[in-house]
Design a protein around this ligand. Structure first.
Ligand code: ADP
Ligand code: MG
Length: 253
């Protein structure tokens, strides 16, 4: 039975999509059967695994708003063992259209439950907001990974995220757990990064992943080639650390 993990943080640019794509690919590389679900209207995870958004006729929007069967939406990617459900810009309208829909918060969960037995891991890339798309992702998930950028104000906004998580736990998904906080984009040349790591560890204690993602230019180049870093440059630091993260995720069960 698959484990459903959402990458979430309403702040943009903290590494949600980069982690969704590369964690998914590394889990697949390690022999797991993985599904990447793109719930961000920007569709960057979709193109990051080599799916041309222009060629997609139905996407996650159709599951959420029109309640279509999830199976035909599953696509092959550039990575063996990795499937994906794409997002396109049409998803931007879902947030509003869902407001008047019955069981609007549980639509994704209902669909993913049908295919959960086929996969070892289902990874959800969330949009940078706490609206209905993210609520659907949190409701559908077993655990959360919260990427936090090693920058000033790293913890800013996290209390809002944590209170949303508590609301979802109380009303929609009692089983939801925070797997961990993932420190991203560490610039090893500055002291700031070290300070942020200490601050985050003080706050989240043993909920912080041992693996810390450094800044690595290969990670920002790979998406324009439609492949995860493990295919783009397997010897890079970026490939190395995301493999470490995948192993840590597997070890955590
Ligand atoms: P989010 O999904 O949270 O908005 P992204 O994963 O899209 O964040 O990352 C924001 C930008 O930073 C992207 O251009 C991405 O390529 C780049 N990026 C993310 N992680 C790294 C990293 N570890 N090293 C270098 N660039 C990164
Ligand atoms: Mg993103």
């Amino acid at each position: 039975m698959g484990k459903i993990i959402a990458l979430t943080n309403q702040k943009g640019g903290v590494g949600k999509t980069t982690t969704s794509v590369n964690l998914s690919a590394c889990l697949a590389y390690l022999g797991k059967k993985v599904l990447l679900v793109d719930v961000d209207p920007q569709g960057n995870a979709t193109s990051g695994v080599g799916i041309d958004k222009g060629e997609v006729d139905q996407c996650i929007y159709d599951i959420l708003v029109d309640d279509v069967d999830i199976r035909p939406l599953i696509k092959e990617t550039t990575v063996e063992n990795l499937h994906a459900i794409p997002a396109t810009i049409s998803l931007a309208g879902a947030e509003i259209e869902l407001v008047s829909t019955i069981s609007r918060e549980v639509r994704l969960k209902k669909s993913l439950q049908e295919i959960k037995p086929i996969y070892d891991y289902i990874i959800i890339d969330c949009p940078p907001s706490l609206g209905l798309l993210t609520i659907n992702a949190l409701t559908a998930s077993d655990t959360l990974i919260i990427p936090v950028q090693c920058e000033y104000y790293a913890l800013e906004g996290l209390s809002q995220l944590l209170s949303t998580v508590r609301l979802v736990q109380k009303h929609l998904n009692h089983h939801l757990l925070i797997d961990g906080v993932l420190l991203t984009m560490l610039d090893a040349r500055t002291n700031l990064g070290i300070q942020v790591i200490e601050e985050v560890k003080k706050y989240f204690q043993d909920k912080v992943y041992k693996t810390i993602i450094p800044r690595n230019v290969r990670l920002s180049e790979a998406p324009s080639h439609g492949v995860p870093v493990i295919l783009y440059d397997p010897k890079s630091k970026g490939a190395d650390v995301y493999l470490d993260l995948a192993k840590e995720v597997i070890k955590n069960g």
